[in-house]
Design a protein around this ligand. Sequence first.
Ligand code: NAD
Length: 303
Amino acid sequence: MATASRPTVGFIGLGNMGSGMTRNLLKAGFPLVVTDIRRESADELIAGGARWADSAAEAAAGSDLVITMLPTPRHVDEVVRGSGGILEGIADGGTWIDMSTSVPEVANRVREDEARRGLHIVDAPVSGMSVGAANGMLQIFVGGEADDFARLRPVFEAMGDPEKILHVGGHGAGYAVKLMINQLWFSHLVATAEVLAIGTKAGVDLGVLRDSLIASPANSLFVERDVLSILNDGDYDEGFAVALACKDLGLSIDLARSVGVPAELSGLVEQIYRRARATYGDRAGEMTPFKLYEDVIGTELRL
Ligand code: NAD
């Protein structure tokens, strides 16, 4: 446990996001205990002062609060409720923050099954890409009790932009907000790719077309800013795998189904994402659906 004023943080999942987030926790002075199924993912952190744990249970037992940053709800379930999982190590009254893009089922189950243990459970998914994780400027959407949000704010501030750390509601609200953000952003990407492919194929210069969109009511932050990583650099963001983007779209459609709202557009965007995943592979970047349209017109869209 921490002797300094900073609580010890256990962190599970040192991938594209977790690696940057843990580096920033260390930098902010939080004693850190880490684990991952890939031991080598912790080398740099251990050199920087973090401690390795052989299991999620051990990470939870040796820390004041434990964070998960894992690919899918299945991984979260395994790491929390599985053998050697967080529930085997966390103290009664302890805190688990899930920062994965996920759904509330695992947390709900834990709250129900372990009600007598008085655990504090918070969902706090993030936006801002692996770049935001690396430079400590993530946007963080927190669902849970207001007291927990206030108490945990310094931990979030070590990883995120203080102005974009939002308490968005009760348990599960963070997950829902994050899924809706991704749903809309992926829709922007597909719509923008389609428009730029049609317009340029019709003979309009790409730069002129984009400038015209920006000058019009059809402008969006995606057209103005995010698409530039492709148009300038041919960068489809391999820091976020298209397989995980498909996972997010699937969860988002499940959510729509569970609340009884039709999601025709989301369904179509999901299919386009799945086509990109099938075409370019699981590890291709989250922006590769854009490439599908470039392939159709036989030209890479570059400024
Ligand atoms: P990633 O696949 O790069 O990293 C996941 C890590 O979890 C890996 O290091 C993996 O080895 C580890 N892991 C998997 N199963 C484990 C287990 N049983 N025990 C211990 N470790 C285990 O994924 P990522 O890109 O870092 O994304 C993590 C989460 O954040 C996902 O839910 C994703 O949707 C979300 N997210 C990602 C981005 C992004 O730009 N990459 C942005 C916002 C949110």
